[in-house]
Design a protein around this ligand. Sequence first.
Ligand code: NAD
Ligand code: TDX
Length: 339
Amino acid sequence: MTIIVTGGAGFIGSNFVFHMLKKYPDYRIICLDKLTYAGNLSTLKSVMDNPNFRFVKADICDREAVYKLFEEEHPDIVVNFAAESHVDRSIEDPGIFLQTNIIGTATMMDACRKYGIKRYHQVSTDEVYGDLPLDRPDLLFTEETPIHTSSPYSSSKAGADLLVMAYYRTYGLPCTISRCSNNYGPYHFPEKLIPLMIANALNDKPLPVYGEGKNVRDWLYVEDHCKAIDLIIHKGRVGEVYNIGGHNEMANIDIVKLICKELGKPESLITYVKDRKGHDMRYAIDPTKIHNELGWLPETKFADGIKKTIKWYLENREWWEEIVSGEYQNYYEKMYGNR
Ligand code: NAD
Ligand code: TDX
């Protein structure tokens, strides 16, 4: 089995590469990644010499490069993680989000149509459903919840999802889509809430909480997410959407206070800053479908997952310090410029 994993040098994609190489020693895993600011080749250094792994630096929008890779590797499955993923950046500058998240998805699927594929899997997000009110804990996102986006990021992801369903209906492309809640764990880029707060707290820097910190997110440990995608690509039904969630809703401020407590840092570091524009209030996933059909359940309790995550950031300071300092952007040239 040959699988192309796009965006495999990013947070979730790299965790998925590790999961697949470990679980399926007879699979060939190819990471296709442009190495944007969010992609870091040092993340993949433990697998670079694995004979079942290949790294290819390319843009998913680059049709020529993508088709060439399909001609060389004849993949059975594509899992598309590659995306511009940060909501705040999309508010500043939407253009690249439309390019990568929509045009890139179409380009990958065109390659799948041209060369044939057993499965194209699109990694989407719960943000395509918009948000839920704080005072209605009974309301959750199901796969039937209408698409109702708030940010340029979520709109671009929704656009991609609609294209995937169009390629399924029009061309019969064997696709699946997963929509997951907020992930956390190792190799999470320190611009996102949890790793940013850990890195800042460790450096005794202010912890910038948007608005009043009451917004709720439904946190999912990244390994549990990878296991869900593994199940979907092997056993999920084509043409279907699967929600993946951790049953673990928490307000941002409670997360930040917990991080302070775990690191022995004072809550006085917390600074309330201007709210995000169009800030979604609450996300909450109903994962009944994937549980009933594929037997998936989140295994990691937040109390354990956050401890593991903090321990990882303490033990891998070099990884995130290089990012915070910008040094990692020289890594590819330094290590692989002559390959
Ligand atoms: P990330 O930003 O950490 O990584 C994205 C990766 O994609 C990087 O390695 C980057 O170099 C690569 N990439 C970006 N543009 C590319 C392009 N044009 N061509 C090839 N590679 C490109 O993102 P993440 O948090 O790992 O998210 C992965 C996927 O999961 C995304 O599709 C995102 O929308 C989705 N998602 C993430 C979360 C979350 O909590 N992180 C939740 C729901 C859905
Ligand atoms: O400095 C911060 N302060 C703060 O209060 C940051 C970076 C975030 N926040 C808040 C905004 C959100 O309510 O924390 C919450 C989480 O923010 P992010 O980590 O930026 O994640 P979010 O906007 O929820 O989006 C994430 O989950 C869905 C991923 O980045 C997306 O790629 C995914 O689709």
